[in-house]
Design a protein around this ligand. Structure first.
Ligand code: UDP
Length: 194
């Protein structure tokens, strides 16, 4: 399909419904999908660092913000259908998914993921928070974190470590995770916990 290709990134022209369907497909076929959101800031980081661009190379990269849209207008003479970001797309995905999802929350300060988990279970009683872990572990503890995630057998891992840490973490460790869907969602857990 058509993409905005820029700075080593490929951002497809998909709307919210299509993005949700693509993620849901991974719950059925168990082929892992990694979802990242690209805004003007991450676009700039990709320009400045090939390595950062590479961390996003095996991800579904979705357009977040007016900067990316302007860029698209300039490069391809085409706008994106909708703005997509983790804060809106994640609850939309949970609301649209009929089957029970097992969800692991990774990130934010100690206590925040627990609170976010309680609120998500209230709002989406069909789904289950199967594990939480704060985002202030050391790099050498990453494999322990991955083991925790795998022990919880989640369908969906929300990685909220900010960037570029979340992108680096996913690039390095997603292959070792059994989860079919991994989404990099920035400050989402703080927003949900309130
Ligand atoms: N965060 C984390 N571990 C880190 C750094 C940040 O869990 O080592 C969390 C932080 O607590 C916040 C989220 O990542 O919940 C997003 O952080 P920030 O707003 O700095 O990043 P952004 O996504 O806005 O770039």
């Amino acid at each position: 399909g058509p993409y905005l290709r820029i700075g080593g990134l490929e951002i497809p022209y998909v709307d919210r419904a299509r993005a949700i369907q693509t993620i849901q497909k991974s719950f059925e076929d168990r082929r892992q999908i990694r979802v990242a959101f690209c805004n003007a800031n991450t676009m700039l980081q990709a320009f400045e660092s090939r390595e950062y661009a590479r961390t996003l190379s095996r991800c579904l990269v979705l357009n977040d913000g007016v900067g990316v849209d302007i860029c698209s207008q300039l490069v391809n003479g085409r706008r994106f259908e909708q703005n997509l970001n983790g804060t809106d797309l994640t609850p939309a995905l949970l609301g649209a998914t009929r089957r029970e999802l097992r969800i692991f929350l990774l990130g934010a300060k100690p206590g925040v993921a627990e609170e976010a988990g309680r609120r998500l279970e209230e709002r989406f009683p069909r789904h289950r928070i199967v594990g939480v872990r704060d985002g202030y572990f050391a790099d050498h503890e990453a494999s322990e974190v991955v083991a925790e995630i795998n022990a919880a057998a989640p369908d969906l891992v929300l990685v909220a470590l900010g960037n570029p840490r979340q992108e680096t973490f996913v690039a390095e460790h997603a292959a070792a995770m059994d989860a079919p869907a991994i989404m990099m969602v920035g400050a989402l857990l703080d927003f949900i916990a309130g």
